[in-house]
Ligand binder design. Structure first.
Ligand SMILES: NC(=O)c1ccc[n+]([C@@H]2O[C@H](COP(=O)([O-])OP(=O)(O)OC[C@H]3O[C@@H](n4cnc5c(N)ncnc54)[C@H](OP(=O)(O)O)[C@@H]3O)[C@@H](O)[C@H]2O)c1
Ligand SMILES: *[C@@H]1O[C@H](CO)[C@@H](O)[C@H](O)[C@H]1NC(C)=O
Ligand SMILES: *[C@@H]1O[C@H](CO)[C@@H](O)[C@H](O)[C@H]1NC(C)=O
Ligand SMILES: *[C@@H]1O[C@H](CO)[C@@H](O)[C@H](O)[C@H]1NC(C)=O
Ligand SMILES: *[C@@H]1O[C@H](CO)[C@@H](O)[C@H](O)[C@H]1NC(C)=O
Length: 355
């Protein structure tokens, strides 16, 4: 009965493997490119401390995580590569069981930059291919504008207004054909931007990675992706409690999603934590989560979400807490000039008086 419940729960996006997961295994989403993406991955943004990252990755791999989310601009691909190399060379994990995602940075939003940037990522990760290569942001800044290594430091004059998504996508497709990326996707793109790629390329995006959490559930965008066979990955599914500094730049308050009465009540009912309820609410819709933690016990907690099911009433309660666009935390206007870039994706927020 329980396994059937899990199967039924995962019918939203494409095909999800329905077998009851063995300990240390998580269900996977089938991508339109043919690969399998584990429904839980480890987020690694803002983790550059070698000891912390190594400890988190070891805890994650031991707990059964096989999916790791990084990006060029997280500056940790080299450390991740070192840990993966150790696990692979000791035979504790096989390359084909891993799912490694990295991203084309905002300062390399030109077709000619794609092979170089992917090569750099592969070399740092000590891998021959990534499982998923994402365009990190729809807008772009000049490569030289990024010299300081900090997005926040880029001024409005650093904006590159020539961004051509279709040309970049063609260059991404060439990397897929060459076998350096098994699947391709986009991040922070809106529906119009994704649709343009679908209409103009033989290879549709396999994945969209976007901000998605209790207060910003992205219902229309998720529906659009479902219709088009694009798997969705939720970022900041806890509302990014470690990013107070950044969210305040956007004039936003950071919500405490762990301390919402309804979430706590549902957690108590299932003898689970609020964090587990927040993640379960998302994965139960067939959406992948990539919670970030460097704390080994929280790393383990965040993958222990496949041994309970939220019932219809729980789901209705959690669904109703969506604040839509008002719940959005990341405006990304701090990336100098992004708001005036022709591909700034959240036009509804364009006139908000924020940093
Ligand atoms: N594509 C994009 O533009 C984009 C943007 C943002 C994020 N991302 C990706 O998505 C990942 C996740 O998003 P995020 O890092 O913004 O934030 P998040 O996963 O929503 O939250 C991470 C924070 O929650 C804490 N935490 C983790 N597990 C917890 C638990 N069980 N109980 C209580 N607190 C817990 C962590 O602290 P501890 O480490 O101390 O546990 C950390 O401060 C990123 O790491 C990155 O890989 C992508
Ligand atoms: C990337 O690496 C591949 C294989 O090693 C190589 O053929 C190609 O020339 C490299 N491209 C760039 C831009 O460095
Ligand atoms: C941006 O460029 C303009 C024109 O060259 C210049 O007047 C202005 O001072 C620059 N602004 C910044 C923040 O560098
Ligand atoms: C949780 O929320 C309650 C009521 O909204 C508040 O009084 C309390 O201080 C919050 N707890 C934490 C740890 O923020
Ligand atoms: C997506 O962003 C583009 C570029 O700013 C904009 O023209 C378009 O209206 C946006 N689409 C949606 C659905 O918000």
């Amino acid at each position: 009965m329980k396994s059937l419940g899990l199967c039924v729960a995962f019918t939203v996006l494409a095909v999800v493997h329905c077998a009851v997961p063995r300990a240390g295994e998580v269900p996977k989403v089938t991508l339109n490119s043919g690969g399998l993406m584990p429904l839980v991955g480890l987020g690694t943004w803002q983790v550059t401390d070698e000891r912390k990252l190594e400890q988190a990755l070891d805890a994650a791999l031991e707990a059964g995580y096989r999916h790791i989310d990084t990006a060029t601009i997280y500056y940790n691909e080299e450390l991740i590569g070192k840990v993966l190399k150790r696990w692979l060379s000791e035979g504790k994990v096989k390359r084909e069981d891993l799912f490694i995602t990295t991203k084309l940075p905002v300062y390399a939003m030109r077709a000619a930059d794609v092979p170089d940037l992917l090569n750099q990522s592969l070399s740092k990760l000590q891998l021959d291919y990534v499982d998923l290569y994402l365009i990190h942001m729809p807008f772009g800044v000049k490569r030289e504008a990024y010299k300081g290594g900090s997005i926040v430091a880029i001024g409005p004059n650093g904006t590159d207004l020539t961004t051509d998504h279709l040309a970049i996508w063609d260059a991404m497709v060439a990397e897929k054909v060459a076998g350096r990326a098994k699947a391709l996707g986009v991040s922070n793109f809106n529906e119009t931007q994704i649709e343009r790629i679908i209409k103009n390329s033989k290879v549709p995006p396999a994945n969209l990675q976007v901000e998605l959490h209790l207060f910003h559930q992205q219902k229309p965008l998720v529906e659009f992706c479902k219709k088009n066979g694009i798997a969705v990955t939720a970022f900041s599914s806890f509302g990014s409690p470690g990013s107070k500094w950044l969210i305040q730049l956007s004039g936003k308050e950071l919500p405490d999603l762990f301390n919402i009465t309804e979430v706590k009540e549902i957690a108590n009912k299932h003898h689970k934590t609020a964090a587990q309820v927040l993640l379960r609410h998302i994965v139960q819709k067939g959406i992948t989560v990539i919670p970030k933690s460097t704390n080994p016990s929280r790393v383990r907690e965040n993958i222990e979400i496949f041994n309970f099911i939220l019932d219809d009433e729980d789901v209705a309660t959690l669904d109703s807490l969506d604040k839509g666009i008002d719940g959005k935390l990341f405006i990304m206007k701090n990336i100098g000039g992004s708001v005036n870039h022709p591909e700034y994706p959240w036009t509804i927020l364009q006139n908000e008086p924020v940093a």
